[in-house]
Design a protein around this ligand. Structure first.
Ligand code: FES
Length: 139
């Protein structure tokens, strides 16, 4: 009886996992970054992680990138997406007013710009290329 109760508790805990936590256990996706030097960097990204975290974790940009730590207060995590990918990111991570305000102050903004801290990987983003444009000098 006690063993069955324990199994039931485990099952309830598994069912309570959020979608993003479940993605943590999912298969990683292939992503190519074009860094600020124009070089391609291929990485495996975990669905559920933000683009900011993936850039930092893989040391793609180490200086002056994401300096507010994802607080939507600096725009140094500016990224440029492919046009078709841009629309896909809006499904899971729609525009917010703060993101728009921050991008107004970012250099080299395009129609497909977003903040890396506001976009999270999903399995639908398999194979995408993300450009990290020249940033503003925050020193
Ligand atoms: S890390 Fe500062 S706005 Fe994204």
């Amino acid at each position: 009886m006690l063993k069955n109760f324990s199994l039931l508790q485990k099952s309830v805990r598994l069912l309570a996992l959020s979608k993003s936590r479940l993605q943590f256990f999912g298969k990683k996706i292939n992503v190519t970054f074009i860094d600020r030097r124009g070089e391609n960097v291929e990485v495996k990204a975990r669905p559920g992680d933000s683009i900011l975290d993936t850039v930092i974790d893989n040391e793609i940009e180490t200086e002056g990138y994401g300096i507010c730590g994802g607080g939507i207060a600096c725009s140094t995590c500016h990224i440029i997406l492919e046009d078709t990918v841009f629309d896909k990111t809006l499904v899971e991570d729609p525009w917010g007013e703060e993101e728009c305000d921050m991008l107004d102050n970012a250099p080299n903004v395009t129609d497909f710009s977003r903040l890396g801290c506001c976009v999270h990987f999903t399995k639908e983003l398999e194979g995408i290329t993300i450009t990290i444009p020249e940033g503003q000098d925050m020193r």
